[in-house]
Design a protein around this ligand. Structure first.
Ligand SMILES: [Zn+2]
Length: 250
C-alpha cells in the first residue's frame, strides 16, 4: 500500500460519488487503488465481495476457487453465468470483473486455499477475506493471517442467517479463539438464497474498504449476526482466548 499512486482523470470521474463519503475522499481512493485483496472462494459470498471491490476501484484481487461452473452455482454465484457451465469458475469471474472494471489487476488460482498454498497467497495480500465453505480452509487462512499479521475478514451464512467479524491479529480474537474446534453443525452444502449470501458479501466488502482506507469502525472484537428471516441484527463482543493454539503470545 506504500507505492506512490495517483488517480487518472477517468478514475476520478468513476469514483466521484464515493469520494464524497465523509472520512474517505481522494486519499481513501488512492489507498484502494494501491491495495491487494485475497478472497478465498468466489461463490455466492466471495463473488459479491469481489464484484463490490472491483466496482469500488480496488487495485488488485487475488482469487482462489477450484472447479467448474455448475447449475447449482447459478442461484447465488453472480460471477458465474449460464453460458459458462462446465468451464472454470475463476475464468468466469475474471471475465465478469474485467467487464465491470478493466483497470483491475486479477490473479486467479483454480485451487481452494489449503495448508500448502495459504502462506504464499496471504503474503501477496494487504487484506484477506475468508468466504470458504470448509473449516479446514478457514483454519489454514487464519493460521497464515495471524502468522503474517494481516487483517482477516471472516464472513459466513446459513439459510437466512449471516455472521461477520474482522480479525486484526494481535488486537482481536482470531478464528481459532472463536472456534477452537470445527463447529459440529457446519456443513459443506446448505440452504441459502443469493440475496442472503450477497448481503454478507456487501458487508465484507464494506469492512475491507474501511480497513484499507482507515476510516469508520471495523468489526474489531465484535461479531455482527443477523437473521434475515425476521431482520433481527445484533453485535456481540468477542474476546481473545489467552490459551489459543494459533494466536497466543502474538
Ligand atoms: Zn486466537
Amino acid at each position: 500500500m506504500s507505492k506512490p499512486i495517483e488517480l487518472t482523470p477517468e478514475e476520478c470521474a468513476t469514483y466521484e460519488w464515493q469520494m464524497w463519503v465523509r472520512g474517505f475522499g481522494e486519499e481513501g481512493q488512492v489507498k484502494l487503488k494501491g491495495a491487494s485483496v485475497l478472497i478465498s472462494r468466489i461463490g455466492g459470498l466471495g463473488g459479491v465481495v469481489a464484484y463490490e471491490l472491483a466496482a469500488a476501484g480496488i487495485g488488485r484481487l487475488i482469487l482462489a476457487h477450484a472447479g467448474n461452473v455448475k447449475h447449482s452455482d447459478l442461484n447465488r454465484q453472480l460471477l458465474m453465468t449460464h453460458d459458462w457451465l462446465g468451464r472454470p469458475r475463476v475464468e468466469s469471474a475474471r471475465r465478469r470483473l474485467l467487464e465491470l472494471n478493466p483497470r483491475l489487476e486479477i490473479d486467479c488460482l483454480a485451487q481452494n486455499v489449503n495448508a500448502e498454498n495459504a502462506e504464499a497467497l496471504v503474503a501477496e495480500a494487504d487484506v484477506v477475506i475468508d468466504c470458504a465453505p470448509l473449516f479446514e480452509e478457514r483454519y489454514a487462512m487464519n493460521y497464515q493471517a495471524v502468522a503474517q499479521q494481516k487483517p482477516l475478514i471472516e464472513c459466513a451464512m446459513y439459510e437466512m442467517e449471516i455472521s461477520i467479524t474482522t480479525i486484526r491479529p494481535g488486537l482481536t480474537p482470531c478464528l481459532a479463539c472463536i472456534y477452537p474446534a470445527k463447529p459440529p453443525a457446519w456443513r459443506r452444502e446448505f440452504p441459502v438464497f443469493g440475496a442472503v449470501s450477497g448481503t454478507v458479501g456487501c458487508l465484507a466488502a464494506t469492512e475491507a474498504i474501511k480497513v484499507i482506507s482507515g476510516f469508520g469502525e471495523p468489526l474489531y472484537g465484535q461479531m455482527l449476526t443477523a437473521d434475515l428471516r425476521d431482520m433481527s441484527i445484533r453485535k456481540l463482543s468477542i474476546k481473545r482466548n489467552e490459551d489459543c493454539a494459533v494466536c497466543r503470545g502474538r
